[in-house]
Design a protein around this ligand. Sequence first.
Ligand code: GDP
Ligand code: MG
Length: 442
Amino acid sequence: ALSDKLSRLVKDMRGQARITESNVQDMLREVRMALLEADVALPVVRDFVARVKEKALGQEVVGSLNPGQALVGIVNRELVATMGEGVSDINLAAQPPAVILMAGLQGAGKTTTTAKLAKHLIEKRKKKVLTVSGDVYRPAAIEQLKTVTRQAGAEWFPSSPDQKPLDIAAAALDFARKQYFDVLLVDTAGRLAIDEALMREIRELHAALRPVETLFVVDAMQGQDAVNTAKAFKDALPLTGIVLTKMDGDSRGGAALSVRQITGAPIKFAGVSEKIDGLEVFDAERHAGRILGMGDIVALVEQVTAGVDMQAAQKLAAKVKSGEGFDLDDFLAQIRQMKQMGGLSQLMDKMPSQIQAKAGQVDMDKAERDIRRKEGIICSMTPLERRKPDLIKATRKRRIAAGAGVQVQEVNRLLNEFEQMQGMMKKMKGGGLMKMMKRMGG
Ligand code: GDP
Ligand code: MG
């Protein structure tokens, strides 16, 4: 769980409407500590916290939340997004037999996971599965695979310590082809530490077998060291997925974030017991909860955020239905939402370079100033004027312009733009709008 200090900090932050440098500093320090405590590697923590900070700064805090709660929400979302990206079941899109190569250090859980995956593919995907061991350095390892393969209900291809791993692989592949196996799972040798000869061996196996999946098996208890291991395997092999084993241990599982970030490969499965059925499809949301340990606050944030979005949607929909229509307050809300998305130039930074080049012809600073000015103009109107813009005649326009520090023409331009938008909104039926907003909210 996040430290008590963080919980206290969260509670202490009341009545602040925005996440700022000053109110977020202590919080971010605690988030950093919490991630380190969960055994996320230091460089990964730095990167992650910087990303969260960038997303959080300047964000308005919705509804009844305080900035601390809102930040926990952002941290959680970022954890889920990072670890959950591209998650999918085993890819079998290959001319059968689809080959799956297991890679990882000794003791990571390769042999156990090979059998677990065999069971998963037989039961969930209805596949005919063959396993083979290329671990010729430890006779017991071949026997171990034989035993667990039998438990999984798959077939095992015999190999022996006096053979070369490449020859074993070729023979197994040939057998799998002739016997119409759908999948060939290749278990490999691991060392206790990264070893160049061993890396060469598994690279050669990869080149010969051309596997559709190359899975990096890593022990969740490995903590900080997981980073170096992951780096070495990523440099040696084009990894397609990660299996995180020993998640039933008491580690907070920070290795998941480290390994995901270092390899770029999706975490596909989690090992949750020594037994053959102890394999689960990786669940990023649940795992984020485990790393962060603030389930109650995360739930609250989600509840409030969903409530606020729904309230706004319902209010707008009710207005459109009652013929009251879209007013300048709604227009202002839209403008603010745009700002909340991080402003135009920040948005542009995330676009591909071709689009950026095109947009170079548009003056982003000017566009942003324009948004701010519009906000200023609407804020200079009375609530009644915002609800009934028809009331705004020449003298009122002059007063509004003076209040916002702009020319009267700009007030006119904004009112014209608003009228166009209102026309569009009127064409939409209330129900359609609700659906649209729900879709936008995911
Ligand atoms: P390998 O050297 O990579 O092939 O690792 P093994 O498959 O032989 O596993 C090493 C040890 O870890 C064995 O005692 C396994 O029973 C155990 N193990 C593997 N996966 C898990 C898991 O998800 N949970 C637990 N508790 N133990 C596991
Ligand atoms: Mg083994």
